[in-house]
Design a protein around this ligand. Structure first.
Ligand SMILES: *Cc1c(COP(=O)(O)O)cnc(C)c1O
Length: 234
């Protein structure tokens, strides 16, 4: 199956209200162009440098795409990230949020949409905020969002989680359900600079379950591009 067929099949299968962010790591410009021509409008990148190189390679076509940062964002990469990316899905602390907020104007923007990344499975190997370290976590998240709402150059627009990966994706369901529950609570807050619209969860092996549990944004690589083989940058 081609990238075009894979993307179109997925777009037909996935409900219209669910945004598909294509995970573009280690894909060639050729592959990304094929996905854009098939209709993709949201692309995730794990590294600022890779995003920058991809945008250059795509030229004017890069402007048709909303670029999402879905990898860990180091503080020393924030300036560049603000220039290259449209959405930062991986804000993992108040300190990081403040550091981003302080740099938005210098990057020539007035506001950047951000999502808060939760490491819902408390996994050592994953980034994001660990619930275990902040119980009761629902209250902690509410306080965090209240504090972040003071940051006028951020629009707090969602939550992102990877969720533990199991051989049987059914096992991830309770983690997605807990994230959705937190999302729903945060959605009831009325705060400046906060508009909790997106729940970014679900990947190739888990998107069906994530959508059943209320995800409205999935991040998909393998199901569209195939197994990662090519190493284009780095
Ligand atoms: C690679 C990646 C995905 C997509 O993974 P697939 O299993 O290839 O669909 C989603 N989210 C993040 C943060 C990723 O790095």
């Amino acid at each position: 199956m081609s990238i075009t067929d894979n993307y179109r099949r997925l777009r037909e299968e996935i409900p219209d209200n669910v945004t598909i962010v294509l995970a573009g790591k280690k894909r060639s410009p050729h592959e990304i162009v094929e996905a854009i021509e098939a209709g993709a409008r949201d692309i995730g990148q794990n590294y600022v440098q890779e995003c920058s190189a991809m945008r250059k390679a795509l030229g004017a076509r890069a402007e048709d795409v909303t670029w999402h940062m879905i990898g860990h964002l180091q503080t020393n990469k924030i300036n560049k990230a603000l220039r290259e990316l449209d959405v930062i899905q991986t804000v993992d602390s108040l300190e990081k949020a403040i550091a981003i907020d302080q740099r938005v104007e210098a990057a020539g923007k007035t506001v950047i949409p951000v999502y808060i990344e939760i490491n819902i499975g408390n996994e050592d190997s994953k980034m994001g905020i660990n619930p275990d370290e902040h119980e009761p976590f629902e209250d902690y998240m509410e306080r965090l969002v209240v504090e972040m709402s003071d940051l006028v150059h951020l629009k707090i627009a969602g939550l992102m989680t990877m969720g533990p990966r199991f051989g049987n994706p059914e096992d991830t369901r309770p983690y997605f359900a807990r994230t959705k529950n937190i999302f729903d609570k945060l959605q009831t807050l009325t705060l400046p600079n906060v508009d909790m619209q997106y729940l970014s969860m679900g990947m190739t092996n888990s998107y069906r379950i994530a959508i059943e549990e209320g995800s409205n944004m999935v991040r998909i690589g393998t199901a569209v591009f195939g197994e990662r083989a090519c190493q284009w940058v780095e």
